[in-house]
Design a protein around this ligand. Structure first.
Ligand SMILES: *Cc1c(COP(=O)(O)O)cnc(C)c1O
Length: 422
């Protein structure tokens, strides 16, 4: 079967920034990279941005905090507007700091305030382990017991996705005992995207706090954190935000909490900027998300984030989303048409309920799945494997092209046709 090597409609004309990324080679040929959901590719502008910080350090040392246009003292503010745009938030609601799990703990300290009557946390079953560890350890820290205080909502038997109606059922039953809902924007294993506003609204109706983990949503699907009404959100920046291994993470605190005197674990960088350097003993929080900062930020970590946010601004979130829907839609169709006897797509078919990721399960079982995954890797097609039996493939609209998706489908077709799956 021959296929048009073009995305339908005008989508191929939508900007891809592929030539602004370093694409690894495999046997002299560019890989087909589908792991932007794990570690995004390096923008080619990133090394120069890092060199610039190193040069400031070399040339100005401590004075680099104040001297030039990119002075380090207000440096974290350089990413604020870009972060706000990508998170659908107001500038006062976002900050770049720490790492995802650290930020999640800081948010739980402020927003998980169990009382004897209301002390449970609702998460999804099969949550990313770090998220589960964070909430379980917070429950224990407050003297509770995860066996009774942690509710883990699983898909219906035989299903791979969770309906918001199921969340509503749990809340109808347990809502008055639930202190906090922690939910993903996009579920890392299934690729299911959730309606943040619907979940936050349900939470508010039952008097629960609601926070989102956007690790797999930020830079992948549109998020409107402010309008969603969520209390908080956290995300990392090394996945779709392409800011490098261990990149500085993000945090959102809704504006309605910007001046509330919420309990928190405090540090000097969260103290209001105007009086921070008076070095007084009393903590006066900066308004907004800034007030949760602990330490002066790593400038070396912020520089790649700046590069990345600039790319998203230039590409335009709406155009990227259109491109993403076309790319992933093409891939899903091709897999369904040619390979459905071998592969099951666990991710919802409705584009509104997914981002770019497709989660694939090989019908012949886990070992056959591993073999298919390894076959792809030998061909320079980089997907990832998630236990127990899922191959994840994420065409990132910033740099993946239709040709990458074609390679993936061809390679899987060859693999299953050759019988090496049996
Ligand atoms: C990637 C990811 C993490 C990783 O946490 P770090 O603190 O950045 O190591 C946590 N939770 C989810 C849902 C993730 O997808």
């Amino acid at each position: 079967m021959t296929r048009q090597p073009q995305l339908p409609g005008t989508e191929d004309a939508l900007p891809s920034l592929r030539d602004e990324f370093a694409i690894p080679l495999h046997g002299g040929r560019e890989v087909a990279y589908f792991c932007g959901n794990s570690l995004g590719l390096m923008p080619t502008a990133t090394p120069a941005a890092l060199d610039r910080v190193v040069a400031q350090w070399r040339t100005h040392a401590v004075e680099a905090h104040f001297t030039d246009a990119d002075a380090w003292m207000p440096y974290h503010q350089l990413v604020r507007d870009g972060l706000a745009r990508i998170a659908g938030a107001k500038p006062i609601e976002v900050v770049a700091m720490n790492t995802l799990t650290t930020n999640l703990h800081l948010m739980l300290v402020s927003f998980y305030r169990p009382t004897p009557q209301r002390r449970k946390i609702l998460i999804e079953a099969r949550a990313f382990p770090s998220d589960r560890h964070a909430v379980a350890s917070q429950i224990i820290y407050h003297g509770g017991d995860p066996a009774t205080d942690l509710i883990e909502l699983a898909p219906e038997p035989g299903a791979h996705t969770i309906d918001v109606g199921q969340i509503e059922e749990v809340l109808a039953r347990e809502g008055e005992r639930i202190a906090l809902i922690l939910w993903p924007g996009v579920q890392y294993a299934s690729g299911q995207r959730f309606d943040l506003a619907a979940i936050a609204k349900l939470g508010a109706r039952y008097g629960c706090r609601t926070g989102f983990d956007l690790a797999h949503a930020i830079g992948n699907v549109p998020v409107d954190l402010h309008d969603s009404g969520a209390d908080f959100a956290v995300w990392c920046s090394y996945k779709y935000l392409n800011s490098g291994p261990g990149a500085i993470a993000g945090c959102f605190v809704h504006e309605r909490h910007a001046r509330a005197d919420l309990p928190r674990f405090a540090g000097w960088w969260g103290h209001e900027a105007a009086t921070r350097f008076r070095m007084g003993p009393n903590f006066v929080p900066s308004p907004g998300a800034d007030g949760w900062q602990l330490s002066n930020p790593s400038i070396l970590a912020l520089a790649p984030l700046r590069v990345s946010l600039d790319q998203f601004d230039r590409a335009g979130l709406a155009a990227l989303r259109r491109r993403s829907i076309a790319l992933t839609g093409w891939l899903a169709n091709a897999l369904e048409q040619d390979l459905s006897e071998h592969l099951e797509i666990l991710t919802p078919a409705d584009p509104a309920q997914r981002g770019c990721q497709l989660s694939l399960r090989v019908r012949a079982g886990r070992d056959a799945g591993r073999r298919a995954f390894e076959h792809l890797a030998r061909d320079g097609i980089i997907c990832d494997w998630r236990e127990p039996d899922v191959i994840r493939a994420s065409p990132a609209p910033l740099y993946n092209h239709l040709a990458d998706c074609e390679r993936l489908v061809e390679a899987l077709r060859d693999h299953f046709r050759s019988g090496s799956s049996s």
